[in-house]
Design a protein around this ligand. Sequence first.
Ligand code: ZN
Length: 348
Amino acid sequence: MKAITVEPMKPESARYEDFPEPDESEGSILVEAVACGVCGTDVDIVSGNYGWAPPGKSRLVLGHESLGRVIDPGPRSSLKKGDLVVGIVRRPDPVPCPNCAVGEWDMCTNGQYTERGIKEIHGFMSERWRIEPEYAIKVDSSLGILGVLLEPMTVITKALEQVFRAGQRAFWEPKTALVTGAGPIGLLAALRLRANNLDVHVLDRNKTGPKPDLVHAMGATYHTGRALDLDFDPDIIIECTGVGSVIGDSIQKVGSGGIICLTGVGSGGVESRAVGDIAKAAVLKNNLIVGSVNANKRHWYRAGQNLAASDRAWLSRMITRREKPENFQQALVRQPGDVKVIIQFSEV
Ligand SMILES: [Zn+2]
């Protein structure tokens, strides 16, 4: 079969190449790939900045935003041939740490977890892949290709769970939410906040393209410019840019008792404001800043429900470009108007 592989930490090593069929040790369910979304993590891995091959191997199959069709459900799965599935990305560490021991591998404390397509386990950008029954999530068949958005939805499902759980530390009735960054994660965050009946505002630097329309279509308000210039103080901020200045503005702007959830992963940058000033703003307003990454099985289950409950027409507008596997390099280069780019292996 063919697969998109990379030698981690080696730039320009990615190829679409012949690769052995998935080994039965990788799971008893055999799946035909339908599509795989690409994100910043894939770009980082292909650029040689991140990623680990399986132990003893030099190359890693890329891809963690999966969607596939069951070819053979194997002996111990309730799935049927033809079902659409996505694969959970992270596996608990082998020690395991207390969090992995109770199934909260998203909160792994020793960092020895593994991740498909990222860290020591092959990903899903191959014509066929295998998955263990306990890590396969069935997708509502009416979603079709939109099931490829399930993995990004898990990230938001966890982040919003964190925010609403953390909010219970005090009497809290959030009414307004700000999402910084209108990429796939930011747009899905806004969609779910709207589903929670909040007054939702999305801030992005793009003035044109599909993002303003996608935000308006869900009944939210689109802004460009700085968070500090908004005429309200948000109760919730979901930060999806990872940009230092945007994070600093968010902490300054969030309302009293408000919660900021950081989901973006930036890399350094110059931040002129002193950390002490930012901390002072957070202290005087009783703010909570919570980081959130990855998702556990509870979030995957809920994300499947959340996606199935979402407007199909709106979701389909989020997938702005589809590339063939042999053109995967084009999928990894950001183009104007891109929201979610997917690599499509077969028809749904
Ligand atoms: Zn762990």
